[in-house]
Structure formats: structure tokens, C-alpha cells
Design a protein around this ligand. Sequence first.
Ligand SMILES: [Zn+2]
Length: 495
Amino acid sequence: MTAAAVIASKGDALERYEAVIGIEIHCQLKTVSKMFCGCSTEFDGAEPNSHCCPVCLGLPGVLPTINKSAVEWVIATGFAIEATIAQTTRWDRKNYFYPDLPKGYQISQYQLPLAAKGRLTFDTSDGPFTVRINRAHLEEDTGRLIHAELGGRRVSLIDFNRSGMPLMEIVTEPDIRTGEQARRYAEELRLLMRTIGASDAEMENGQMRVEANVSIRLRGREAFGTRVEVKNMNSMRAVERAIAFEIERQAVAIDAGETIHLETRGWDEARQSTYHMRPKEEENDYRYFPEPDLPPLLTSPEWLAQIKARLPELPAAVRTRYQEELGLSAYDATVLVSDAASKALFEQTLAVADGVPAKLIANWVTGECMRLAKGESGSAGQVYPAELAILLKLVGDGAISGTNAKEVLAEHYTSGGRVATIIESRGFHQISDAGTLDTAIDQVLAANPAAVADYKAGKGAAVGFLVGQVMKATRGQANAALVQTALHEHLDKAD
Ligand SMILES: [Zn+2]
């Protein structure tokens, strides 16, 4: 089917069909050593096959040892998604043959996952949405195949540095209905991983891999359609687009009388479409059986309590606290909590700001500070919480105009200079003194009789012109809000 055919049916498909989507996310866990051996996990940029041993190369006769901190990260995640943690869990062998899997099987968890029956709630453009999470389990990663050309021949090379890395798989129930919900779920889970410290969850380098099972059914029907697995979505945007594309593709195919096949499809970023990769294996193809080289794992209540006690305040709780205790909008709370650096700047500034409203600090952190941090000023730098607090105190008191404060912040960001020094050197102190403003206004009114006459004749727009003249006369240092009020008073009593 062509992309044009897909576009032709757009908009129409979702009225008749309902999408049923489940998401599987693999996250590389932040541990010092690999899942079942002592090899270092710090192999970024290292020579291929330099971080391997007989265990992660799958050589015969070796025995795996369980990485305790990997288990603890999955349990911590389990608590964070309100899941039930297993008292007893065990390991299973998932058998399949692929060159990147040296043992011919992957040690995983099948029947008794570490965490089960959780949920995650997040905001969407249609309001809050909750996805049920079936399970979170632990397994080992595979090696990495590199397809290259060597001496004019096309070859496949293999790097086992990644082999045996601890991997957490989190599987949702098929609760998701749109590409947007899928993207928001993945974003919220990524934020959760980073907040608790389980994973850096960078999609670009494979620390977090999102796969979607997508099927559609006629609205009102209970039975599921045939699902298609979509892989290779390397950004959050790709997750949303790939799923939206796949829903449309299936609708067009079904409308044309075609059959949807159980298959794995990849997302082609350049062509913005999915393509057939391979037929999908059924679960019984993996011939799971209990791993004979590892004992069952028991989780004592004391151990679980320790892990739970170490959890930081979770994103959802922080957002609620910001709104209920600090009076921030849902938008500000979401933006601040989504970015660790901004959240830290906000909280540190709030802690030292004497009487500056939280809302004002949030506005500046999510606005000017984020713009500067994104490099929009063209240079790198830093905003110091104590200096931001001083600046915003002046803004709040009307001692400096918003425009001038932005300039001061930008200079502080690049030079690291003190706010007080920058204001002094630029002469940015705002004029709020009534006497000084009255004098300036009287002079402006005297010099602009035509505008005053316009105002008397009912032309309100004349006020804007006069405010501009006062600002000009005070070299932009007058408090514009006070000028506005005072001008009206002057004009109305000038009869
Ligand atoms: Zn190893």
C-alpha cells in the first residue's frame, strides 16, 4: 500500500475503528556490573568485545550470579508504579537462536515477575489517563550486531560488550487507544526511571527501547484484531507517529479486504512509515523453562521496606504539591517536574527567596531560564539560585522592569556576575517614586497637547502613546504599571 492511500483514509478510520495498544519498554538499569557477571557496564566508547567474560559470552560450564542492585531497581520501580512485589520469584530460560545471543537462550522472568499489577497515571490533551501495568521483570540484554562492509564484502560483526547488561522490561495492559497516550505513557515512565535513578533512559542510545503492539477493531466490538509489533522508534515523537501511522495502515488494509498478519514492523524515520521486518514469534515458540543454574529469589519484608524507604518523592506527588501547596498551575508544575535542572533551580531559588511568590519564580524558571539553558542566547552559562532570588525580589517589588530584568538575567547567565553589580553598571533601577513619576508625566502632557485632546475626545488609544512617551523620557526606567495608573489620574483631573 502506498503512503498516499494511507493519507486518503485519514480522519475517517478512527471514527469506525478503535485502536488497542499495549506498550513494552526495556530499560537498561544503572548498575556498576552486568546482570550475571562482574563485567563493568561502563563500555560506552570502549573497544568492541573489551567488556566480556566467559559468563556474558555464554561459554559452556560457567555459572551466573544475580546482581542485587539490578533486582533492587526493579523492586523500586515496582513500588513507584504501585505494583505488587513478588515474595518469591524465579528465573526462566527464553530459548531462541540469534547471533547476538551467545547462549542460545536469554535468562528472563516468565511466570513469576518481580513486580505485577501496577499502574501509571499521566496527563494527556484529553485530561488524566491511567494505564494498567501487567508486569515489570528483569532479564539480560543481548550483544549488538553491526552490519558493515569489510574489504568490499558485506559482513555482520558482533560486539558482546552489551551482552548480559541488566534490562528491565515493563509491559502494559492493552489500555492505550492513541499514539499520543502511548507517547505520554513512555514520557512519564522515562521521568519515573530518572527520578528514582534506575536508568538514564536515553532513547537515542538504546538505554530505553519502546515497542508497541497495535491492533484495531470496529468500534463496539469486544474481540481484539490481529496485533502487529512496532519497533525501532528512537524518539518520543517517533512513538506517537509510528503508532498513528500503523492504526491508519491497518484500517486501510482491512477496508480493502486484506488480512492483518502477526508480524514485527520497524519504523522508518526518513519515510515516516512502518515496514515489514519479520513474522512475530508466538510465546510458545520460546520454550520457556525454569533456569536450573539460579535458585529462586526470595524478597523479605525487611528488604522491601528498605528499598521503599529509599524512594525519592515521585513526579506525580511533586506536581500535586506544587499545585496544592505553592499555587502553581498544572502547566507550570508539569514543565518544572519534567526537567531535573529546572526543578532544582526552582526549589533552590524558592528556598532562599524572601517573600517572592512561588508563581513568579516558576514563571521565570520555565520561561527565561529554560530559554537560556537551551542555548538560545548562543552561549553556555548558569543561573545561580541566590542571584535569581535577588533579581525576582526586585521584579516583585517593582524596582526593576521585566524587560530590564531579562537583560540582567542573560548577562548573569553568561558572565556569572552578581545581579546587583549588573543592575548598578547598567543603571537599571526602576523609578517607582511617585514624585519623580508625577514630574515626568506633567512634562509629557505639557509637550503633547494633541494626544491629551484626543484622550478628552474619547480616544483611549492616546494613553498608550503617552505611556510610551513617559517611558522614553525616563529612558525605560519608569515602572510602566504605575505610569499607566498615574497618567489616567493626571488626565482625568486635568479638566
Ligand atoms: Zn561478563
